[in-house]
Design a binder for this molecule. Structure first.
Ligand SMILES: C=C(O[C@@H]1C=C(C(=O)O)C=C[C@H]1O)C(=O)O
Length: 373
């Protein structure tokens, strides 16, 4: 390396010309793809003025096909782009396309920098408008009031289990689940303190505190532990006082100008949170779907067994069951059940009809594509 500007070899010049030619094609194809999507939007509105342009089931099918086709292309071309990466790129192209037609607003548990916001971007892509609200019930409220097209709420965590607050919101809301997204969660200890010994207080959302309990006991046994309404809220508090630390994401650290004192402090590796997408509409089957229902069994011996029997008989897989107090009568429960399949699938709909007939209360919370990203 000398002072002279480097001259590119003929080989490099030729390879760059190849890249330029591909870029031209990619640009043209993206513009053309978006124009076709715009035609689809017009056709949808022509057949139904209230039609929603966004179709989660179709997007899931497109992304699944990208994953399958990419696996074939990797073989054929000895391609280097992983299936996950290709799906993410396609997610962004669809996101941009949708925003060009109909900018969508998605409400989430704020403030900016929460994991829920990261889940919004993962599911809808960067082009979506995200609207931060203060609480999980507020997410439901703004979607009900049509101030946002969709909402994203956390529902369960692989370390800490169910987020009861979210399930309880479904009891009093008629919103439908129309999607799910999983996000690996890695927590950082954010603080502008000069080393761990100078941290006097730690703020975090109760879920994050629970996911980092062992780490805190080991490395900050003397710090006062305090809860915040969200991890990003905790980060804001920590940004104002160097004696305070917050448990939050690296995104929150960058956003609020706080250093990372320790990273990956969650007790379980593979710590993952599952989020639900909530909206006002139901959608058709994507081919690989889940259904969530809320039921209560009549108050007599063996009734839960009786209630679930139709699912068992029809061979419908139950992937989760959670019980919550009914909030009507003490010691009576409602059950939240996730099934594999869509309510329009023949086996599922027949089994659900039977289950409904046997239940004291039944509500379909939604059928939605199994998360692709
Ligand atoms: C183009 C459509 O509408 C929207 C855009 C999609 C896309 O860009 O691929 C897919 C589903 C919808 O969210 C469609 O329904 O096919």
């Amino acid at each position: 390396m000398g002072d002279k500007p480097q001259t590119d070899s003929d080989e490099l010049v030729a390879l760059r010309a190849k890249i330029d030619a591909f870029d031209q094609q990619i640009l043209r194809l993206i513009q053309q793809r978006v124009l076709v999507a715009a035609d689809i939007a017009k056709a949808k509105v022509a057949s139904d003025a209230d039609a929603s342009f966004y179709r989660p089931e179709r997007e899931a099918q497109v992304l699944r096909r990208v994953r399958e086709r990419n696996a074939v292309l990797r073989e054929e071309l000895h391609g280097l782009v992983s299936d996950d990466e290709m799906v993410r790129l396609m997610r962004e192209i669809m996101s941009t396309s949708l925003a060009a037609e109909m900018p969508m607003t998605v409400a989430y548990l704020g403030p900016e920098g929460t994991y829920t916001q990261a889940a919004v971007v993962k599911h809808f892509g960067q082009a979506v408008r995200s609207l931060d609200v203060k609480t999980i019930p507020d997410v439901f409220r703004v979607v009900e009031q049509r101030k946002a097209h969709f909402g994203v709420v956390p529902v369960e965590n692989s370390t800490e289990g169910i987020i009861t607050h979210t399930l309880d919101c479904f009891s009093s809301s008629n919103l439908k689940v129309c999607g799910e997204v999983q996000l690996p969660i890695s927590h950082q200890l954010l603080s502008n303190a000069d080393g761990l010994t100078n941290v006097q207080k730690v703020y975090a959302h109760p879920q994050a505190l629970a996911q980092c309990r062992e780490w805190l006991e080991r490395y900050l046994p003397d710090a006062e532990i305090l809860t915040a309404s969200s991890n990003a809220e905790a980060a804001i508090i920590a940004s104002k006082d160097p004696a305070v630390a917050a448990i939050a994401s690296d995104i929150a650290g960058r956003l609020y100008n706080i250093n990372i004192l320790a990273s990956g402090i969650e007790d379980e590796r593979n710590n993952t949170t599952r989020f639900l997408i909530i909206g006002t509409d139901s959608y058709a089957a994507s081919g690989e779907d889940k259904t969530t229902i809320m039921v209560s069994a009549p108050n007599k011996v063996g009734s839960l067994f009786e209630l679930l029997k139709p699912l068992y008989d029809a061979g419908v897989d139950m992937s989760r069951i959670e019980s919550r107090p009914s909030r009507q009568t003490n010691w009576e429960y409602v059950f939240f059940i996730d099934l594999i399949g869509h309510v329009d699938d023949q086996g599922v709909s027949a089994a659900l009809e039977e289950l409904k007939a046997k239940s004291a209360y039944f509500k379909l919370i939604g059928s939605y594509p199994v998360g692709v990203l």
